[in-house]
Design a protein around this ligand. Structure first.
Ligand code: ATP
Length: 511
C-alpha cells in the first residue's frame, strides 16, 4: 500500500466491505466520530475483551472485575476534577474554519522533527550497513543533536505553558513554530480556548427537579467509588486490583481518525491499589506486564514504543503511554498512570465517607495509592486490524487480501465447505459444522468456486477452512487449509476437534 493515508483508507473500506465497522447512522450521512461494529467486528471486539479479561482477571488472583454504571452521581465528576479540568485546548484556523487540538498540533510538529532524525539514521544504515554505529551517530551527529535540542526546547515551552494554563503562551508557541493548517496552509489562528469534553444530560422526569448528570468520560471513577465495597465484600488484601470494561464518552474536538478517536468508545481499565510509597515499584511492574500483553498478540515489536508524559495530569506522579504505529503514525494505545491517592482522597472529601484500608501487616490505616492501566478497546481493535491486513503476491502471479489476525481473536474460527453442492457433500459438511459450533464461531459456505470462498475467508481472517470432498465420503477425511501458509492437510474427521483445540489454545499466549 502506497502511503499511510492510503493505508488508513484501505483499512476503512475493508472494514466496511467485510462487516467489521460501519459509520453510525450511515443512511443519514453518519454521525461524526461514532461507529458501529458489524457482524465480524463485534466478534473480533468481543474476543479482544475476553482475552484482556482473561489476562487481567482470571490470570491474577488478586484482581477482580466489576461492571459499573455509565451514569454516576454528578458530584463524582466534581471530586475527580473532570468538571473543572477535563478539557482540551482548542484552536481554529480562520481560513479553513477547521478546529484543532493545540497540544496535538505541537506534538505533531515535534514528531516531524523526530522523523528527520530517523530518516538520517535509516540513510546511514543503508549506506554503511553493519559498519554503521547507530549509537555513536545518535550521540554525536550535529543534525541529530540540533534536532534533539529543538525538540527539548519545544517540549519545555509547551510544558511550562500548559502547567500555567497559559493559553496565550500556547498560541505564541504555535505561531513561533510557524505551524500551518494542513487544509488551508495558512497560519491565521484564533486564540486558544479550553473546551470541556464531558457530555451532559438530565436525569429525572420533571424539568424543575431534573439534575444535570454526565456520561462518564472514563470508567475509572466507577471503580474508585466502589473500591471499599469490593475490598470488603471480596475480603481483598492490598495490593489488589479492580478491572472493568465499559463505554466512555468524550466530546472530542478533532474527529477525523476513524475508530482511533471516537465520541463513544470503550475502555479496558484496571486500578491497582497499593501501599503508599510502593507505587513506583508497581508502576514499573504494570508497564512491563502490559507490554507483554500486547506482544502476546503476535504483532511485531516494531509497532510499539513507550512515551513518557511531559505534562502530567493533575492526579499523576508518573505516567507513560504505550504507543502504536497506527496507519496515521505512532499514537497512544494505552496509558499507564500512577494516580497517587488523589482520586480516593477527593472522594473522601466530597462524600464525607472514609475510604481507608486497614493494613494488618503494618497495623495502620491509610488511603491506598493507585496504579492504573487504561487501554482503549477500539484502538486495540484498530491496531490489530491495521497490522493484520496484508496484500500478498502469490507465486502464480495473482494477489490476495488476507487478514492475518491472531487465530484466537479471529471472528470466524473455522469455515466448513462442501466442494460441490451435490452428492450429499453439503450434508456431510453440516454434520461437521454442527459438531464444531459448540466450541467455535463457524461459517458454512457453499457458494462460488473453492478459490473464491478461500479468498473470502482470508479477507475476514478465518484461520482454518475445512473442505469436504468426494474422498470424505469414502474414507471420512477432510482437508484443513491454513490461512497463512495456504497449505492443505488431509486429516480424519474424528481428529478435527483435537487439532483445532491445539491451534486455538490461548494458554501459550497467556503464559
Ligand atoms: P488522547 O491523548 O489520545 O486523547 P487520552 O490520554 O485522553 O488520549 P486516556 O484518558 O489516558 O486517553 O484514556 C485511556 C485510553 O482510552 C487511551 O489510551 C485510549 O486508548 C482510549 N481513548 C481515549 N480517548 C479515546 C477516544 N476518543 N476514542 C477511542 N479511544 C480513546
Amino acid at each position: 500500500m502506497a502511503n499511510k493515508e492510503d493505508n488508513l483508507k484501505a483499512i476503512i473500506s475493508h472494514a466496511k466491505e467485510y462487516g467489521f465497522v460501519f459509520q453510525s447512522s450511515e443512511i443519514y450521512d453518519g454521525l461524526a466520530a461514532v461507529y458501529d461494529y458489524g457482524q465480524m467486528g463485534s466478534e473480533l471486539k468481543k474476543n479482544i475483551k475476553d482475552y484482556w479479561w482473561k489476562a487481567m482477571v482470571n490470570m491474577n488472583e488478586n484482581i477482580v472485575g466489576i461492571d459499573s454504571s455509565i451514569f454516576m452521581h454528578p458530584t463524582t465528576w466534581k471530586a475527580s476534577g473532570h468538571v473543572d479540568a477535563f478539557s482540551d485546548p482548542l484552536i481554529d484556523n480562520k481560513d479553513s474554519n477547521k478546529r484543532y487540538r493545540a497540544d496535538v498540533l505541537v506534538e505533531e510538529f515535534v514528531e516531524k522533527i523526530r522523523l528527520k532524525t530517523e530518516k538520517d539514521v535509516a540513510k546511514g544504515i543503508k549506506k554503511f550497513g553493519d559498519d554503521f554505529d547507530e549509537v555513536q551517530f545518535r550521540a554525536t551527529n550535529p543534525n541529530v543533536l540540533r534536532n534533539q535540542t529543538k525538540i527539548d526546547d519545544i517540549n519545555a515551552r509547551f510544558k511550562t505553558a500548559m502547567e500555567a494554563d497559559d493559553l496565550a503562551g500556547i498560541k505564541t508557541l504555535i505561531e513561533d513554530l510557524g505551524i500551518a493548517c494542513p487544509i488551508s496552509g495558512s497560519k491565521n489562528w484564533t486564540d486558544v480556548k479550553q473546551f470541556n469534553l464531558m457530555f451532559s444530560t438530565e436525569i429525572g422526569a420533571v424539568a424543575e427537579t431534573a439534575n444535570t448528570i454526565y456520561l462518564r468520560p472514563e470508567t475509572a471513577q466507577g471503580i474508585f467509588v466502589n473500591y471499599l465495597n469490593v475490598q470488603k465484600s471480596g475480603r481483598m488484601k492490598i495490593p489488589f486490583g479492580i478491572a472493568q470494561i465499559g463505554k466512555a464518552f468524550r466530546n472530542e474536538i478533532v474527529a477525523r481518525q476513524f475508530i482511533f478517536r471516537m465520541r463513544e468508545f470503550e475502555q479496558m481499565e484496571m486500578q491497582f491499589f497499593v501501599r503508599p510509597g510502593e507505587e513506583m515499584k508497581w508502576y514499573e511492574h504494570w508497564k512491563a506486564q502490559r507490554v507483554k500483553w500486547h506482544q502476546s498478540l503476535g504483532i511485531d515489536a516494531k509497532y510499539y514504543r513507550f512515551h513518557d508524559h511531559i505534562k502530567l495530569a493533575h492526579y499523576a506522579n508518573a505516567a507513560c503511554d504505550i504507543e502504536f504505529d497506527f496507519p496515521m503514525g505512532f499514537k497512544e494505545l494505552e496509558g499507564i498512570h500512577s494516580r497517587t491517592d488523589f482520586d480516593l482522597k477527593q472522594h473522601e472529601e466530597y462524600s464525607g465517607k472514609k475510604l481507608q484500608y486497614f493494613d494488618p501487616e503494618l497495623n495502620e490505616s491509610y488511603v491506598p495509592y493507585v496504579v492504573e492501566t487504561s487501554v482503549g478497546l477500539d484502538r486495540t481493535f484498530l491496531a490489530i486490524l491495521s497490522s493484520s491486513l496484508q496484500e500478498e503476491k502469490l507465486e502464480n502471479g495473482s494477489e490476495r487480501t488476507v487478514l492475518k489476525l491472531p487465530a484466537f481473536l479471529a471472528p470466524v474460527k473455522v469455515a466448513v465447505m462442501p466442494l460441490t453442492r451435490k452428492d450429499g457433500l453439503p450434508d456431510k459438511a453440516r454434520e461437521i459444522l454442527n459438531a464444531l459450533k459448540f466450541d467455535y464461531n463457524c461459517n458454512y459456505d457453499e457458494k462460488d468456486s473453492p478459490g473464491k470462498r478461500y479468498r473470502r475467508q482470508d479477507a475476514i481472517g478465518t484461520p482454518y477452512c475445512i473442505m469436504v470432498d468426494h474422498q470424505t465420503l469414502e474414507d471420512n477425511t477432510v482437508t484443513i487449509r491454513d490461512r497463512d501458509t495456504m497449505e492443505q492437510e488431509r486429516v480424519a474427521i474424528d481428529k478435527i476437534e483435537a487439532i483445532l483445540k491445539d491451534k486455538f489454545d490461548v494458554r501459550k499466549a497467556l503464559s
